[in-house]
Write a protein that binds this ligand. Structure first.
Ligand code: ADP
Length: 271
């Protein structure tokens, strides 16, 4: 029930008549609004860390009387703000690369188990001060046709989000297996859960449930929108199930045409 927006033009029609032309510009107007929102969001996201950085930099010329402990805090804060900007710019580049990508999904099969093993190493580093129990349950012979860099973004975003948003110490299950002839991936946590009203909007760019908490984790607010784009490119979609006080599960499947199981000899067989 979107309200339609029309553009009207009146033209002479013969000697005595006028012609009224109505054009449906609903979609155009929506796209223009999305573009404006996007630019406004990016500017806002960059302005906040820049304001903090500038604040500290202005103070630098008069630092003789500043206690070393304060200087240390200032440098830490400056570093974390510049990391935040770097993270945002990198995710924006990932997003625009995916949107512009004409790479064909069916050309190469991706060794997902190997990729998950590499992500597991990064996850362990991220988990150092969280101490979650992270359980990886991986079918080591299951691959998919797809684009490696994109898939890596999708898998790692969901795993890192579970680590970041689950109160420590939690339990996180990462599963990669075959279900109904389809390769299936799931990340399940026992965090606080996400209120239902947010679920439909989570994959929108810059949408966050709790802005303050998400920024503290260094999140750009683009992670799930990247996941959504990657999955669309691979003819799949993100399923989110969440229950307050119980936890959340983010999952997706690849069609049987994209799923590849290696045989006992190591040769790849298309399903
Ligand atoms: P961000 O960069 O802020 O993490 P994302 O697009 O990855 O952005 O996620 C959007 C929002 O979804 C997050 O800010 C957070 O509020 C919520 N979220 C994502 N994953 C989880 C999770 N596993 N548990 C609870 N909330 C989550």
């Amino acid at each position: 029930n979107v309200q339609k927006i029309f553009e009207y033009r009146i033209m002479p029609y013969g000697e005595k008549h006028l012609l009224l032309i109505a054009r449906d510009v609903t979609r155009l107007t929506q796209l223009e609004q999305m573009r404006k929102d996007f630019v406004a969001n990016v500017s806002h996201e960059l302005r906040t860390p820049l304001t903090v950085l500038n604040g500290y930099l202005e103070m630098l010329p008069s630092t003789e009387n500043v206690p070393p402990a304060f200087m240390k805090k200032a440098f830490n804060e400056m570093r974390s703000q510049s990391e935040r900007m770097q993270n945002l710019v990198e995710e924006l580049l990932v997003l625009s690369r995916i949107e512009a990508s004409s790479e064909r999904v069916f050309e190469k099969s991706v060794n997902v188990p190997q990729m998950l093993a590499a992500i597991q190493v990064e996850a362990n580093t991220l988990n150092k001060d969280k101490n979650h129990q992270i359980i990886f349950d991986i079918d080591t012979s299951l691959r998919v046709y797809g684009i490696e860099t994109e898939l890596r973004s999708a898998f790692s975003n969901l795993i890192f989000n579970a680590i970041n948003y689950t109160p420590a110490p939690g339990i996180i299950h990462v599963t990669w297996n075959k279900q109904n002839e389809q390769a299936h991936f799931s990340v399940k946590d026992n965090g606080e859960g996400i209120p239902e009203k947010h679920l439909n909007r989570l994959t929108e760019r810059f949408y966050r449930v709790d802005k303050a908490r998400s920024r503290k984790t260094g999140g750009s607010g683009l992670g799930l929108s990247i996941v959504k784009h990657v999955l669309t490119h691979h003819n799949s979609k993100l399923d989110i199930i969440s229950e307050m006080g119980v936890g959340s599960e983010f999952s997706f499947s690849f069609s049987s045409e994209l799923s590849v199981q290696s045989s006992a000899t190591g040769a790849l067989e298309k399903q």
